[in-house]
Write a protein that binds this ligand. Structure first.
Ligand code: IPM
Ligand code: MG
Length: 347
């Protein structure tokens, strides 16, 4: 890298600022001078100041940056069923869309030291190493929304191009198999999805295995036989739901990182899968590991620094193996202690 990489920092709401501070602290101690962080208001805290979850200024700063690192957005303060009120989540959806980040990668790996922290039986989850590839800028999240006093609707739509490009990302990431998730027995969008994925497979990735799994069945298989999955390819809503479910294989959603990519040359967005956890915000007990692992994904996918990324990931694994347990993992380590424990393995 020539000069420091510019990273737009969106701490957001709830525990967001705490886990982001932990990741920045770790990064600055581990590779000083490589990354420069520029914080921006985003989410509920932005609504409080300017009435919108993402201002033009924040979006411009993200577009101009080399990568975006995000904490979490939302909280009870901004929860409302009023269709006209601003919502923190609009910032997140707007940012993903504006940056063209149609591919969301969510790796889920059973960590050996933690197999007993999962609510699932150790013998079921041991060896799980899967990647959820979630389509991020289409489907029901972005279709037309209608709301009257007595009626509401959300439109789900997908084009052939949208399915093709996310399918290519999934096949390219697979080692052996892609499990494509749909509800083709009911939904028209799913039938198109299935057809397009089948064609991309046949034409471009025939050496890999492809299976189609109905989403309800996939939800069941994820907890009964998670080790059989390699890459799970899913549309936006199904991927959202299945990735939270898959998180429990690691014992806690507090461990799951994600990368949103898709716009060559533009910045990627890196964020933990967990939300803003308002119930523990400010207690100093948030688990920073998902954000630290998202930082690692930023190093890898945003800057090609596989060396830095794998060093951070190994440090997290070593700290856990040495006994690090935050409260979500049944221990009592604070955010600060968890960060220090990872750092101790790194430098
Ligand atoms: C996620 C979150 C978001 C989503 C919310 C906060 C809008 O659940 O990143 O998984 O549904 O995409
Ligand atoms: Mg989610």
């Amino acid at each position: 890298m020539s000069g420091a990489a510019q990273v737009a920092l969106l701490p957001g709401d709830g525990i967001g600022p705490e886990v982001i501070a932990a990741a920045v602290q770790l990064c600055e101690a581990f590779c000083p001078g490589d990354y420069e962080f520029e914080p921006q208001l985003f989410g509920g805290c932005s609504i409080d100041v300017s009435g919108v979850a993402m201002t033009d200024e924040t979006l411009a700063a993200c577009r101009a940056a080399d990568a975006v690192l995000l904490g979490a957005v939302g909280g009870p303060k901004w929860d409302t069923t009023d269709a006209d009120a601003p919502r923190p989540e609009q910032g997140l959806l707007g940012l993903r869309k504006a940056l063209g980040l149609y591919a969301n990668l969510r790796p889920v790996k059973a960590i050996e030291a933690l197999v007993d922290a999962s609510p699932l039986r150790a013998e079921r989850i041991t060896g799980t190493d899967l990647l959820v590839v979630r389509e991020l800028t289409g489907g029901i999240y972005f279709g037309e929304k209608v709301r009257t006093d007595r009626f509401a609707s959300d439109l789900c739509q997908y084009s052939v191009e949208e399915v093709e490009r996310i399918a290519r990302i999934a096949f390219s990431a697979a080692r052996s198999k892609v499990s494509s998730i749909d509800k083709a027995n009911v939904l028209e969008t799913s039938r198109l999805w299935r057809e397009v994925v089948t064609r991309v497979h046949k034409d471009e990735f025939a050496d890999l295995e492809l299976e189609h799994v109905l989403v309800d069945n996939a939800a069941m298989q994820l907890v009964s036989m998670p080790t059989q999955f390699d890459v799970i390819l899913a549309e936006n809503l199904f991927g959202d739901i299945l990735s939270d479910e898959a998180a429990m294989i690691t014992g806690s959603i507090g461990l799951l990182p994600s990368a949103s990519i898709g716009n060559p040359g533009g910045p990627g967005l890196f964020e933990p899968v967990h939300g803003s956890a308002p119930d523990i915000a400010g207690t100093g007990l948030a688990n920073p590991l998902a954000t630290i692992l998202s930082l690692a994904m930023m190093m890898r996918h945003g800057f090609g620094r596989e060396d830095q990324a794998s060093a951070v990931e190994s440090a997290v694994a070593s700290a856990l193996a040495a006994g690090l347990r935050t409260t979500d993992l049944g221990g009592n380590a604070t955010t600060e202690e968890a960060t220090a424990a990872v750092l101790a393995e790194l430098v």
